[in-house]
Design a protein around this ligand. Sequence first.
Ligand SMILES: Nc1ncnc2c1ncn2[C@@H]1O[C@H](COP(=O)(O)OP(=O)(O)O)[C@@H](O)[C@H]1O
Ligand SMILES: [Mg+2]
Length: 230
Amino acid sequence: MNEVPLVEVRDLTKDYAEGENVARVLKGVQLTVAQGELVALLGPSGSGKSTLLNILGTLMRPTSGSVRVLGQSLVGAEDLVLTEFRNRHIGFVFQAHLLLPDFTALENVMFPAAARHGRERHTDRARASELLDRVGLSDRRDYLASQLSGGQKQRVAVARSLMNAPELVLADEPTGNLDRESADRVMQLLIDINSSDGTGFLISTHDENIAARCQRQIYMADGRIADDRR
Ligand SMILES: Nc1ncnc2c1ncn2[C@@H]1O[C@H](COP(=O)(O)OP(=O)(O)O)[C@@H](O)[C@H]1O
Ligand SMILES: [Mg+2]
């Protein structure tokens, strides 16, 4: 099979301005991820995990190097192209769920579709409902996000990340704020979605238990990939 890689990163660097100085936080990252892989991203705080995920998610531009997702170069593409690409191919789950508190679970799940198509379509509600069912929250569909527990919010965030059926989901410490039981439940969901839909995941975590359940563990240290295990 000669499939285009899900992620292909070469010689990636990222600098942040720090007052008068420039801090290099990614120092030449090389990474290839195949479609459908379930990958954990580990490493100490400050090693560059979030920066890497943000660049892969087109939320931030690299300083140098090449970055491709599904063959699309994220370097040099116009903002509009990147936005469209992101809406179509990439889902996000953050440590803080980032749900809109005054909207229902169902409405939160539906937002990415409206962002992609510029309006609500008649099929969106049914799809969002089905996704909530999948994450075990059919009975919370019409609750406001602010009325849900932390674990429930994060499961809504997982459903939301899948709304546009992305090939890649980037999850930045998705279980970081959860108790053991909720963390395991969210992780099991990601594993199930990976195996049933072939969605590729890149999941940053400090939790070795979570990482051990992924097919591949990538360790970052000081802006580089220090180890890569399968
Ligand atoms: N917006 C920013 N401006 C300046 N420095 C930043 C910014 N975001 C992150 N950094 C710095 O970049 C380094 C890597 O951060 P980050 O990618 O968040 O690492 P991790 O997610 O592994 O904890 C850290 O030293 C952090 O302080
Ligand atoms: Mg981080």
